[in-house]
Design a protein around this ligand. Sequence first.
Ligand code: EPZ
Length: 419
Amino acid sequence: MDKIIVRGGHALRGTIPISGAKNATLPALAATLLTGERVHLSNIPHLKDVTTMLELLGQHGAAITVDERLGVEINNSGVNNFRAPYDLVRTMRASILVMGPLLARHGMAEISLPGGCAIGSRPVNLHIEGLRKMGADISLDEGYIRAKADRLHGAHIFLNPVTVTGTENLLMAATLAKGRTTLENAAKEPEVSDLAVFLNKMGARIQGAGTSTIIIDGVDELHGTQHRIIPDRIETATFMVAAAVTHGDILLTNVDPDALETPIQKLRDAGILVEFPEPDRIRVYCPNPLKPVDLETSPYPGFPTDLQAQMLVLNSLAKGVSQITETVFENRFMHVSELQRLGADIRINGNMAEVHGVNSLLGAPVMATDLRASASLVLAGLAAHGSTTISRVYHIDRGYERIEEKLQALGADIQRTNS
Ligand code: EPZ
């Protein structure tokens, strides 16, 4: 089982390229099931979750060509299996994203229920209820969602709470449904907007993506196209926090600052200097002491829940007291007990974490619990005195491409061991 060992105290300096967005890649790969023509996707990140999604498409019958440098080419003309098996779905909940496309194009889908997750129960009821409103006949038995539909029809669907993959699943299904579908209270994440751009390039008729009301007029079929995946805003902000907590000075390339308006404002409130030397570049440096910042996570354009753990590390090293409230998931503070092992002074009260800044953290063995939490342990290790050993790093590989290589390039003392 791989571990990562970080010896802290090195200010990060240098330039780092940001990879394509995991949470834009996964729905885009699922969307290729909506056509039997060839689709080419570039700027695909090399992540475990992407490999899992490609494996899932492959067992549906997709013909996949991976070109390390340019991306992937997918031809789904041969798709003849409409079942997403438990052994794949349990490793990656986003597998649920094949349900809408399979149902819309082939009239059937058998998807294993994703089951529980470390950060919360994460039900998929909104995905199911939305597809039922579009005419799907859906039953749940033996741990599988069994869905059938001769042809989906348009519907008016209100999503509560806001759901990112729920919006994406229904958006994809609606592209081939008969008539108009309106998604109210839709997710506005940049990854949803990027999916809509991709689908419209395939011939879909989508308006309003990026707002809370998306209108889709169904068409009879979609055609092949090529698309470049947007940069990963969560990876970008994670490296920005790494520069801040090590008081370094780094340049991030292949980024989209517009997708990070709220996080950048919070980092500036913390005393971090953020500049845009080029439209797709961000310089982050932090000569000053960190200042504590209060924040509450919420759906886009609010503060991303996927950055909550990283901000706990930043606040742990700021002078003063701050409060971070998690409103999206019900159990997303698992990393707190690990951070406390490193000397952080964080007190949990329901969905609120009260952070009392300390002068320094001290390295220790810790355990990753979920994707973004594990990244926060790396950040803490970079700032801590001494050595931090992080176990269960497979969580990190699901969402960060070669994180130790990118950090080594910035001068971090970090290694991966397979002891
Ligand atoms: C997406 O998950 C992301 N994953 C998550 O990123 C991200 O944390 C999350 O959105 C919130 O931004 C992908 O895009 C692949 P939700 P998703 O449906 O879509 C409730 C990462 O680290 N809900 O927006 O699964 C749910 O319980 C991952 O990359 C229902 O009640 O999240 C949660 O409380 C972690 N019923 C809230 O909505 C439903 O049918 C938001 O969940 C669906 C969701």
